[in-house]
Design a binder for this molecule. Structure first.
Ligand code: FMN
Ligand code: SF4
Ligand code: SF4
Length: 628
């Protein structure tokens, strides 16, 4: 038996000790989403409760299982009973649940989200976790381990067929590995959907013996966290994918280029890399094969443009992250002038699954030409936000309404692909989520950011928000992007202030099309997408802003005024206290009034009137239609 196989046996033993534990096991999700919701307080409370009550139980910290809206999530397994998930919990309810379940024997069904039983031995009052509406339509390929294994323990990964894809790949020739990936139909998950095998083939065939493999974990777009969550929850699946890709293209060194803000993901990667070295999974003659490989974790400053391949390469080389004209493509002349492949985190995380199960297994998911699954970070005005994985070809409606539970107020639009993507209106809810159909609709698949909007969102303000982002992130190398996006921002600012006319809308459109056509890199080429799609699907809103100085969503500050409804105001004076300009007056218990000449539209009174228990929700924002 090889050293690696011995390690696997040991790892399975260790894993089984948890699965067949004689004492209860408590799992807490401590990826960034859980931590942001208070998971570390829950961990503290669990430890304290166990200490104070004398209950013997094992605590395991896991990654993100997906439904971030239910974070922090805590699961409990009592020996012989199925795992039950509870959420959202806090330090107090965690204690209550532990006491009820582990002392009184009551599984606290009223606080449970779901169970993980497959043999019917769970309480009837608790649904199966994977049958709850958010999870049911999902398929977990890349995310299979997320929320189940301890991401800091390589043995958990090994016990769950970890590095089996690599051992299989090492038993094949690199050309055979590329053929499997070709047959699987895998397309790059970083956004453009380029067939993975194609660029690998080019790189493998490129002259020279030094080649590089890079994992793109830049993820600089607002609203996107899929790649971070995967690394935080299952770092080894990405590293295994990196090794498989490196073997296929003939690289002996790789880089993981990661946003330096991703502190937890970086820590987990570092710990994973250290364990890989101990287990002979990095270095010379990996697993006694002829394949040698090592990896460097390179922290970038988080600039959006550094997600672009040539800028990313520049950043690793120590230059300013600025895109270069292509060709030559990195697959021919990339890092330090050598043939280089850059793949997205999710693309790499998918590879071990394809290698383990085979191409035809992978092709059972998705639709023709768009095989497999895709992760998304589902955020915005959706009821059930979180990290999801769905088969390609699923309809947008299923993602937003079946998985996400729809919006609190009337659905308006969805922005796919982040700032490079487009804003799709209700009429597109039944399109299939596939590379070509998203592009045909004027948006892009992107790397997985999906932001849902309701009727309280102003389409013009949204376009301005995204364009402001890309304008600030423009590296400034080429004038269409540097100057064009700046001019577009100025026009949009005038529109939201009610200081534009209809000729400005035409100018905006022409400029957007020009920037899209002639910018040097993908940032500039896609920056106009939010503007062009909102102009296409929400043109009426642009016209209202321009012709009637009217913002239906009451978002555009200059077109909104604040009033107090006298019949509703109870004179509690909460608003007077928060108003920074002393614009509000009125005696206690008498209806108040706002002096509009002093109001700076800071929204403080509106917020306090809505959320203070004393106040009466009497302050309204109004946008009046005016003739231009
Ligand atoms: C402005 C810009 C930002 C990008 N950001 C990312 C990113 O954060 N992650 C990513 O994988 N790809 C990003 N890309 C796409 C990459 O340049 C590249 O196509 C991708 O990493 C290739 O991997 P794939 O073939 O596995 O999709 C970005 C592209 C542009 C133009
Ligand atoms: S399109 Fe924008 S980000 Fe890209 S090279 Fe030109 S200025 Fe830089
Ligand atoms: S919006 Fe701000 S400035 Fe205007 S009345 Fe309310 S609190 Fe005062």
């Amino acid at each position: 038996m090889s050293d690696f196989e011995k390690r696997v046996v040991q790892a399975r033993r260790k894993w089984n000790l948890i699965q067949e534990s004689k004492i209860p096991v408590i799992y807490v999700g401590t990826a960034t989403c859980g931590i942001a919701a208070g998971a570390l307080d829950v961990v503290k409370s669990v430890r304290q409760t166990l200490k104070e009550t004398g209950i013997k139980a094992r605590l395991v910290q896991v990654g993100c299982i997906g439904p971030c809206y239910l974070e922090p999530l805590m699961d409990i397994v009592v020996p012989g009973r199925p795992r039950i998930s509870y959420g959202p919990v806090n330090s107090r309810s965690a204690r209550t649940i532990i006491e009820r379940y582990l002392i009184e024997g009551n599984p606290a069904s009223d606080l449970a989200v779901g169970h993980f039983s497959t043999n019917g031995n769970a309480p009837d009052s608790i649904p199966r976790f994977f049958d709850i509406p958010m999870l049911k339509p999902q398929v977990r390929v890349v995310l299979r381990n997320c929320g189940f294994i301890d991401p800091d323990d390589i043995d958990h990964y090994l016990a769950n067929d970890g590095y089996r894809g690599l051992t299989k790949a090492l038993g094949m020739t690199p050309e055979e590995v590329i053929a499997v990936v070709k047959e699987a139909g895998l397309r790059g998950r970083g956004g453009a959907g380029f067939p993975t095998f194609k660029k690998w083939e080019i790189c493998r065939g490129a002259p020279g013996t030094t080649k590089y493999m890079i994992c793109n974990s830049s993820e600089g777009d607002p609203g996107a966290f899929m790649n971070r969550a995967l690394i935080e929850s299952d770092p080894h699946c990405v590293l295994e994918g990196l090794l498989i890709a490196a073997y296929a293209i003939g690289a002996d060194h790789g880089y993981i280029y990661i946003n330096s803000d991703y502190l937890l993901a970086i820590a987990r990667l570092k710990s994973a890399v250290k364990q890989m070295r101990q287990y002979g999974l990095l270095g010379q003659h990996i697993l006694d094969s002829g394949f040698s490989f090592d990896v460097t974790i390179k922290e970038g400053a988080g600039a959006f443009v550094c997600g672009e391949e040539t800028a990313l390469i520049g950043s690793i080389e120590g230059r300013r992250g600025m895109p270069k004209a292509r060709p030559p493509f990195p697959a021919i002349a990339g890092l330090f002038g050598k043939p280089t492949i850059i793949n997205n985190v999710e693309t790499l995380g998918t590879l071990p699954n394809i290698m383990r199960h085979g191409a035809s297994w992978y092709r059972q998911f998705g639709i023709q030409g768009n095989y497999g699954t895709k992760t998304f970070s589902l955020v915005g005005k959706v009821r059930r936000g979180g990290l999801i994985e769905v088969p390609l070809g699923i309809k947008l409606r299923e993602i937003i309404f079946d998985i996400g539970g729809g919006t609190w107020r009337k659905f308006k639009a969805v922005q796919t692909g982040g700032p490079s993507g487009g804003c799709l209106s209700e009429e597109f809810l039944d399109i299939q989520v596939a590379y070509e159909s998203m592009t045909a609709a004027g948006s892009i698949m992107g790397s997985g950011g999906m932001i849902v909007m309701d009727e309280d969102t102003c389409a013009v303000d949204l376009a301005l928000y995204f364009l402001n982002f890309t304008q600030k992130e423009s590296c400034g190398k080429c004038s269409p992007c540097r100057v064009g996006t700046w001019q577009m921002v100025k026009i949009l600012e005038n529109i939201v202030k009610g200081q534009a006319d209809s000729a400005d809308i035409a100018r905006l459109q022409t400029l957007a099309e020009a920037v899209q056509r002639v910018s040097l890199c993908g940032l500039g080429q896609t920056a106009p997408n939010p503007v062009l799609t909102t102009l296409r699907y929400f043109r009426g809103e642009y016209l209202q802003h321009v012709n009637e100085k009217y913002c239906a969503a009451t978002i555009c500050k200059e077109l909104v005024e604040y009033f107090i409804e006298p019949g509703k105001c109870n004179g509690c004076q909460q608003c007077i206290r928060v108003c920074p300009t002393e614009a509000i007056s009125g005696a206690k218990t008498e209806p108040h009034t706002i002096d509009l000449s002093r109001c700076i539209k800071c929204k403080a009174c509106f917020e306090v009137c809505r959320f203070d228990p004393l106040a009466a929700n009497a302050i309204v924002m109004r946008s009046e239609r005016r003739a231009s």
